[in-house]
Design a binder for this molecule. Sequence first.
Ligand code: GLU
Length: 523
Amino acid sequence: MRKVRVRFAPSPTGPLHIGGVRTALYNYLFARQNGGDMILRIEDTDQTRFVPGAEDYIIEALDWLGIKFDEGVHIGGNYGPYRQSDRKPLYRQYADQLLRDGWAYYAFDRPEALDAKRKEYEAQKKTFQYDCTTRLSMENSLSLPADEVQRRIDNGEPYVVRFKFPEDMDITVHDLIRGDVTMNSRLLDDKVLFKSDGMPTYHLANIVDDHLMEVSHVIRGEEWLPSAPLHVMLYRAFGWEDTMPQFAHLPLLLKPDGNGKLSKRDGDRLGFPVFPLDWHNPETGEISSGYRERGYLPEAVVNMLALLGWNPGNDQELMTMDELIKLFSIEHISKSGAKFNVEKAKWFNHEYLQKCSDERIAEMFLPQLKEHGIKIEATESNNFQFSIFNFQFVMKVCGMMKERISFPSELWDQTHYFFVAPTEYDPKAVAKRWKPGMTTHMAKVIEILNTVPFEYDAIHQALLEDYIKGNELNMGQIMNSLRLAVVGTTVGPDMLTLVMTIGKEETIARVQRAIATIGEPQE
Ligand code: GLU
């Protein structure tokens, strides 16, 4: 059997859309599953759409997601160069071959003449197409005498090379997802293969490169399906049909409401990223947000994208890259578009955060801590007064609180009271919980902390069992008041775990401050 070789072939016209990332991912899963090669080829034949920085962005984004390549523009390989502009001298001979064999022709029509033609058709509510029905009324090597064609070429008149579709032929593309898709050549226009600037177009370069790079499967977005009949015909014209790659056209990624394709603009408009990384538009300075900077984990993005258009045949949702490689199959790719679901994306991130080590989450938290003036140093014990903590403490807090967050950016809101003592107390909670006699109860809490061993069970016994239950006191009010004193509000994790985490001295200091600040309520 032929070796599986797939390629991801983006055009560097801007940041990579999340749909493009999914295409890269499916190619990668397929390559890995079949022990094949994954190639990164940059398709930059349209120099007018070239955007500086886009190629580096694509490489960085795929690297962040763990989509790795065996060959490509950034790592080389035996089939290079992998950037089409660096392959420029190679394409001309293929255009010449098609001209020689009658599969292509020279066309001299100036852009103004083509525009005029389009307008003429529009005026009659028709659409102009350069095809078998119109080509003889245009200026090309099919309509002009041979000596005139030669004269124009010799005079250096600009021309393009167009593909010559046979007049009435059904062309079938066998698609691994959609089955046979047949189109009649009358519906297809004689696409430009080679431009007057000496560059091939996407169509010619793509087919030549897939052939020379021995690509076995072309897995790409559905938007390329209308071009596939031309591609099939090009393989035929070149005599390469035997080794033509197999095609799989992936369903579109749709807006969350299912109405239309997920566009570049949708992301920031609807409040979720459509790019893997932040993109700074070099021309406008505009920033489009990316998954990485929003705090998504690469494994969550990979898992979510894998399921946008594919399923493992059951309802399993959480899958690592290795599992996806095992389970992936082209047969389970759906034909219909996949709706983007931002809630699901958050859910995946939450789930993957739970799988992260406390150390990894703590690392992600460090910039926020720094922003809030918290210093993380290699100290034995924490110093609340000077906001100096050790990394082990940050890890512990992260481990305790991660189940409450979907993004690392939520960590400070959820954990600030571990690092900074409250200076204000939620007035509503004070009114509800801090009842007459509370300063005495809080003084008792301090006494217990000062006398019993500083251990969870011992404090539990002395405070909750002996003091509160033993004296038939109001458990909710006392424990919530203690929480108010330590946190400033009545939210947070298990109270005694919190006390054990911040330590005896800090707890006592906070309770003392609450007694002094709130004082004894008036009856
Ligand atoms: N350069 C094309 C793109 O930007 C590649 C299409 C293909 O994979 O054939 O999507």
